[in-house]
Design a protein around this ligand. Sequence first.
Ligand SMILES: Cc1cc2nc3c(=O)[nH]c(=O)nc-3n(C[C@H](O)[C@H](O)[C@H](O)COP(=O)(O)OP(=O)(O)OC[C@H]3O[C@@H](n4cnc5c(N)ncnc54)[C@H](O)[C@@H]3O)c2cc1C
Ligand code: FES
Length: 561
Amino acid sequence: MQENLGQSVSLWMATSAEPNQSALVEDTHADVCIVGAGIAGITTAYMLAKQGKSVVVLDDGAVGGGQTQRTTAHLSNALDDRYFEIERLHGSEGAKLAASSHTAAIDRIESIIGEEQIACDFVRLDGYLFLLPGESPELLDRELAAAHRAGLGGVERLSRAPLVCFDTGPCLRFPRQAQFHPLKYLAAVAAAIERAGGRIFTATHAETIEGGKPARIKTSSGRIVTADAVVVATNSPVNDLLAIHTKQAAYMSYAIGAVVPRGAVTTALYWDTLDPYHYVRIQPLSPETGMTEQSGAEGQDVLIVGGEDHKTGQAPAHSVPYARLEAWARERFPMIREVRFRWSGQVMETIDGLAFIGRNPLDKPNVFIVTGDSGMGMTHGTIAGILLTDLILGRENPWTTLYDPSRKTLGALGRFAKENLNVARQYGDWMTGGDVDSSAQIKPGAGAVIRHGLTKIAVYRDEQGVCHERSAVCPHLGGIIHWNDAEKTWDCPCHGSRFDRLGGVLNGPANRDLSGVDSDCGKCVCDSPPIPSKTTDYAEYLSPSSHGSESRRGTEHANLP
Ligand SMILES: Cc1cc2nc3c(=O)[nH]c(=O)nc-3n(C[C@H](O)[C@H](O)[C@H](O)COP(=O)(O)OP(=O)(O)OC[C@H]3O[C@@H](n4cnc5c(N)ncnc54)[C@H](O)[C@@H]3O)c2cc1C
Ligand code: FES
């Protein structure tokens, strides 16, 4: 099993082998440097390498160690935001291109699996979109018509999904969807990159990323990578201060994996129309998926149920997402035996439902980004591989305008205003008190924000009772971070930066750790090395070899005294 220090473990992490790449130790040059080894970065590197480009991939965790290991890996062209909405926002041609690009992405994944002979549990199957109890079927009719106009002629309306355990009522069937094991896929694609001459360096944090001739990427250990082009595939771009982050918002999403008897639930993808919606799939639990016979895997499947999304750092008071998912699932799937997996992760929702893939706005022309997965990061990440390869090779691609990160979608102005008003409100945290009055009130294994004069401090008390203090001010744009007890992380409610319990950055847009504090006056010590003074297990915790430790500055910390 892959390690995951302090945070939840997904089914994929529990059933795949540890990747074996290592850190960059010398300056180097490549045609293209890709920062980020999730599905977007690895797919882009693979496609460029296959076109004869020399590629270097940098990741400060491990291959797939970001949000890709936290996905549920539905491969779908049934767009989360609905075709009628995509048509309203992007026009009928845009909706057609969206449909064809997601279809092409699934096809491309299938062809890569064939060419590279990857065993990753890939299956083609149907997807079913069903209504909430009592909801008007009119929504399905609108979506059916819009999907047909977008070119998905095979979508049909049925009286119910093929589930014997509960009657979904009317639904839409989307044919030729797919599912796979994302980490097995990614590990094999990474191996194919290396066979094609590409180089992948993990535990290597890209500290600065500058476009130009050549593009220059400086790592936190001082190594320099130069390249003709750079692709920033860090899920949330760490090289972009604001432009993109006003057009997308970070949401946490939760998933459970429940053991059910083999074959008790028809293998398919399922979604309901709740907002936020539930998403469901089946994964065989067998020795082939990494579970051994001794663990009772034979004759069992895992029913994966996801949902309960909320804005990152803004969990509703007393929220119990896993309990709510389990209750929802048990009511509809009474054959559930036990819930064996619980995990969460982050999705980037754009204001107009589609990812941002292309040249980074306001930057040099050889800097490219991919972000805004909109809950469909498996296909959007693959679209990025196809599209960015064409852009970098100077080839035309019909999807360029649709996914252009500089686009302004007039119909999305309302959502733009709503999300940014929400961000502005978060700065009100500067005026409020702390979560608790003193660190004495914090239990072992928990964290809380404490007011200290004019500023706020994030305090984590470890299991041994030692307190670790960091500035509670997010290094991106000064939001006040919140404690996430489920994942033991500090989450910024403004644009979704996340930090591990000791302050190491996990998710952009922030690209550095929380500052230390002077314990006498509580002021941030911004220029000091970003390492807690009272750490007990930090080096082990951030060991560069641990796949699941998503900390993005692992090597640097581990090497400090
Ligand atoms: C619960 C959940 C369910 C989901 N279900 C689905 C689904 O069913 N279908 C679907 O299509 N999508 C789904 N998604 C979305 C999908 O998982 C993500 O969109 C996708 O994995 C993102 O891939 P990525 O390559 O963009 O980012 P990541 O996988 O996060 O990769 C980014 C990488 O960049 C690295 N990095 C960041 N900053 C730096 C730096 N400065 N230097 C070096 N490296 C850096 C990180 O370590 C990370 O490995 C789901 C997401 C969640 C959380
Ligand atoms: S993520 Fe932007 S201020 Fe924290």
